[in-house]
Design a protein around this ligand. Structure first.
Ligand code: KG4
Ligand code: ZN
Length: 352
């Protein structure tokens, strides 16, 4: 049995987990900073790294206590070294180095995106999923939208990615334009309930590469629509003069229909390309991962439109956590791929 302590501090969650054999979660502690960042409408990097420093020791202690793990029981310590915010990543990497040095155990450097991908291997309700390769994984988070062909463990090919905004970013920006809260994805999903997904004709972008994504046109289209309504804007008089005939003073934005149409536009783009790639590369299964894989319409449309087994992690493993880092680390441990003491953070680290 291999017991790995995993640490994740790439963005706004300070997380530590103890994972056995890459699949069994013995503890999974996440200290979220969402309430702190909400007042800025997004993640504030300096605040994030400070919060990580304040929270990290307690979060690790809690993970060890909850899993009844002594320091001497650990086989390795794993940490996210990118992509993410450099100040935030540094807190995790330096902490992990300290632990590896003090306990004389290997240090494992994990790519955050690979972590999301491996969240699909984690057992839940006592059941370890069996995933048949080759598989296709759509990683959709606040910072990333990537379509990855998985040949084997740590053997991937990125087929396409977003050329502008990530899917989660599209949800977050749309939510802001509609006056909904942060983070935007869950807010849009909630607002969309009962709305008509065809009420607004929103663009599905064409890209030069067949498996790339683009969401900036969608954002512009939503902005244009939002500008027709006065109720969510701070300075309606400015908009009234600059928007001319389109502007309807006093008209309330049909948020429910706009949210439903936005959600459908994003989900449609994701499912269409995933389905095309799954067929073109004759994969056995399809996985989705990352914060946006929590979206219920995305899960449903993937299952309805793709004729293959579709896996997705339980909700608590979709958004950032350290258990997924422990899962990815296990396969690196097996291959004896360890990091050196000069390990540095790589804020724009890519997959593959
Ligand atoms: O993976 P994650 O927690 O952090 C990053 O690595 O970015 O993803 C966060 C993103 C946010 O953009 C958030 O709006 C989105 O995931 N998200 C959702 C849902 N829950 C979270 N998007 C759509 N529907 C949801 N239910
Ligand atoms: Zn993430």
């Amino acid at each position: 049995m291999t017991k790995i302590l995993a640490i994740e501090t790439s963005c706004d969650e300070t997380a530590a987990a103890v994972v056995e054999d890459g699949q069994y979660i013995r503890a999974n502690i996440v200290a979220s900073q969402i309430d702190i960042h909400r007042r800025y409408g997004g993640v504030f990097p300096e605040v994030a790294s400070r919060q990580h420093i304040l929270a990290i020791n307690t979060v690790i202690q809690d993970a060890l206590i909850e899993s009844r793990t002594a320091w001497s029981d650990l086989d390795a310590v794993a940490v996210t070294y990118g992509p993410g915010l450099s100040g935030s990543l540094l807190v995790g990497v330096n902490t992990a180095k300290g632990i590896a040095l003090a306990q004389e155990i290997p240090l494992i450097a994990v790519n955050h995106l690979e972590g999301h991908l491996y969240s699909n291997w984690l057992a839940h309700n006592g059941q370890a999923p069996e995933i048949i390769l080759p598989a296709l994984c759509l990683i959709v988070s606040g910072g990333h939208t990537e379509l990855v062909l998985i040949h084997g463990h740590h053997d991937y090919e990125v087929l396409g990615r977003t050329i502008d905004d990530a899917a989660g970013e599209a949800f977050d920006k749309a939510a802001r334009l509609m006056g909904l809260g942060y983070p935007g994805g869950p807010a849009v999903q909630k607002a969309a309930q009962g709305g008509n997904p065809n009420a607004f004709k929103l663009p599905r972008a064409k890209t030069r590469q067949p498996y790339d994504f683009s969401f900036s046109g969608l954002k512009t289209a939503i902005l244009r629509i939002a500008q027709r309504y006065s109720d969510h804007l701070n300075r309606p008089s400015d908009v009234a003069t600059s928007r001319g005939r389109d502007y309807s003073p006093g008209k309330t934005m049909p948020v429910q229909n706009l949210a439903a149409s936005t959600q459908m536009a994003i989900v449609d783009a994701l499912v269409t390309k995933t389905k095309a790639a799954a067929e073109a590369f004759a994969v056995k299964e399809v996985l989705i991962a990352g914060g946006v894989s929590a979206n219920s319409l995305l899960r449903q449309e993937m299952a309805d439109q793709i004729d293959l087994p579709v896996h997705y992690p339980p909700l608590f493993l979709c958004t950032d956590n350290a258990a997924m880092i422990g899962a990815a680390a296990y396969w690196l441990y097996q291959a004896e791929i360890f990091a050196n003491w000069d390990l540095d953070v790589v804020p724009n680290l890519k997959l593959g």
